[in-house]
Design a protein around this ligand. Structure first.
Ligand code: ADP
Ligand code: ADP
Length: 237
């Protein structure tokens, strides 16, 4: 069962200057991400991966084509209703994007506060998430007191707080050393297997795809040039 379906999706940006050419960041892309997948999107810098993520997250409108997320056609939805779609998608980032002036627990509580959760429910959920990512003893610490891997674990806890069905990881391990990358990938695997969250991993690193993903789309110059099972796409004929 697909949880994200893109059909002939194109995103073009207008020329930066008069007489310039428009940039087609995503060019006629069709893909299916099944519920429960760890779906990798791999490609070099400039291939259109981040644009694709912003389209799935409905942060930007597509120029043409159709995007259906969890049964909702986000290409035809008014802004007000898009908020609910975004609430069903968690995001983690290369630079973690934690609030430096907030404690670990306040970072994780933030989306729950926004969603209007009660203090008691928030406290219980934050405690559960801290336990899941193995940072119960860091609840009162601030991001600057954490290692890169610990920061990303906080990022993962925050992204999962409202129980989204989908987690988008945009170069989430690119700032980490190999050992820490491995730990974070192992945690993401648990998120997928134990919590049933569909994970979309955007990366330029082949290792990340081969360690974590079950299916993959290869992007070049805005187009998906290949997609399928990781094993089939990356094994020599
Ligand atoms: P990737 O994430 O694979 O590095 P991006 O999606 O960031 O690729 O970029 C794809 C192409 O679209 C690049 O040529 C980039 O310069 C262009 N692009 C991305 N965002 C914008 C924007 N907001 N305005 C104009 N061009 C953009
Ligand atoms: P800080 O943790 O930065 O001192 P607050 O105490 O105001 O900031 O809490 C910020 C958020 O963290 C609040 O939304 C609250 O729900 C949550 N929170 C506060 N105390 C706890 C706690 N003991 N356990 C879990 N979450 C907590």
């Amino acid at each position: 069962m697909p949880i994200v379906t893109l059909t002939n999706v194109t995103k073009a940006y207008p020329p930066a200057d008069r007489g310039g050419e428009e940039v087609v960041a995503v060019d006629d892309v069709s893909l299916d991400i099944d519920k429960g997948d760890v779906f990798g999107i791999i490609g070099y810098s400039g291939a259109g991966k981040s644009t694709l993520v912003r389209l799935i997250n409905a942060l930007e409108p597509a120029t043409s084509g159709e995007i259906v997320v969890d049964g909702v056609d986000v290409t035809r939805l008014p802004e007000k209703k898009l908020r609910a779609v975004r609430g069903g998608i968690g995001m983690i980032f290369q630079q973690f994007n934690l609030f430096s002036a907030k404690s670990v627990r306040a970072n994780i509580a933030y989306p729950l506060k926004l969603a209007g959760w009660s203090r008691a429910d928030t406290d219980a959920r934050v405690a559960e998430l801290l336990e899941f990512v193995g940072l119960s003893d860091k609840a009162r610490a601030f991001p600057e007191q954490l290692s890169g891997g610990q920061k990303q674990r906080v990022g993962i806890a925050r992204a999962l707080a409202t129980r989204p069905a989908i987690l988008l990881a945009d170069e989430a391990t690119s700032a980490l050393d190999p050992q820490t990358t491995h730990e974070v990938l192992a945690l993401l695997r648990r998120v997928n297997e134990e919590q049933g969250v569909t994970i979309v991993v955007i990366t330029h690193e082949m290792d990340v795809i081969q360690t974590l993903a079950t299916r993959v789309a290869v992007m070049e110059k805005g187009r998906v040039v290949e997609q399928g099972d990781v094993f089939d796409v990356f094994s020599a004929p």
